[in-house]
Design a protein around this ligand. Structure first.
Ligand code: ATP
Length: 259
């Protein structure tokens, strides 16, 4: 069974078609990277998958549960770290985790053990009892990540998980993603960081203006773009038709920087 199944998904905002007949699958046990330029429709797609936004048409499901009809069931299976954090500023991470454990009705002892391990791995002990409002962006992100992992979800959905993380934390985030799949979990993540996607993802889907322009392993994308040995960055720019714009921008900059 697929971890995620998205079929002909469409979402418009007025005249703007944010997601346009999008069809893709995330297979169980894989790390799938959703890539695309700013405004491509990644977050909108993820929000529909989480049942937070209704599609105009099409379907999205998680392990066979329909995102629109059974958002509660979907949330039980998914650990979701959104791009924009809406945290309870006046709580501490400890209080937030306790609160989540109680509304999810998780066994306290098990959760405490998990929290302890995550706090140690992420070097988060210093911040555990500080008010969330006082934390840096990266530490807020770690709070969200731990919160999303508390119920041992089958699928992790991470929207831009690497923005704001320092080198050590980004490495640990990558390790967490890998360990999650080694333990049988699945991951869908969106990112702008091509080096990370290249090193981490089993398959990627590139979307542009809401349309899936390419999908596959790095090798499959190289074949599609007729670019042997190319990096994901250069494939991404070619497949999203931004290659020429970048070259032009660089040549203008080169002149500007000389003056
Ligand atoms: P980024 O990489 O910049 O986060 P993205 O790929 O996640 O971008 P989305 O946030 O899904 O892109 O946005 C897709 C398009 O839909 C954008 O043009 C955005 O401005 C528009 N959009 C998203 N949400 C709304 C909304 N609630 N109302 C109107 N337009 C919206």
């Amino acid at each position: 069974m697929s971890a995620v199944k998205i079929q002909n998904l469409v979402k418009t905002f007025g005249d703007l078609v944010a997601v346009n007949e999008l069809t893709l699958d995330v297979r169980e046990g894989e790390i799938y990277g959703l890539l695309g330029p700013n405004g491509a429709g990644k977050t909108t797609t993820i929000r529909m998958l989480m049942g937070l936004l209704d599609p105009d048409s099409g379907h999205a499901s998680v392990f066979g549960l329909d995102s629109t009809n059974d958002p509660v069931g979907v949330k039980r299976l998914v650990g979701y770290v959104p791009e924009e954090q809406q945290l309870y500023d006046s709580l501490t991470p400890r209080e937030l985790f306790d609160f989540i454990a109680s509304i999810r009705q998780l066994a306290q002892e098990k959760v405490n053990k998990r929290i302890k391990e995550f706090v140690k791995a992420l070097d988060f002990g210093k911040y555990y009892d500080k008010m969330i409002v006082t934390l840096s962006q990266g530490n807020k992100q770690k709070t969200m990540l731990i919160a999303a992992l508390l119920h041992a979800p089958k699928l992790l959905i991470l929207d831009e998980p690497f923005s704001g993380l320092d080198v050590r934390s980004a490495k640990i985030m990558k390790d967490i993603v890998r360990i999650h799949t080694q333990n049988g979990g699945s991951v869908l993540l969106s990112t702008h960081v091509m080096e990370i996607a290249q090193g981490l993802c089993d398959r990627v889907g590139i979307i542009d203006e809401g349309v899936l322009v390419a999908e596959g392993t790095l090798e499959e994308l190289r074949v599609k773009a007729h670019k042997d040995g190319a990096t994901l960055e250069s494939l991404f720019l070619k497949l999203t038709k931004q290659e020429d714009e970048v070259a032009e921008g660089v040549s203008v900059l080169r002149e500007a920087l000389v003056e």
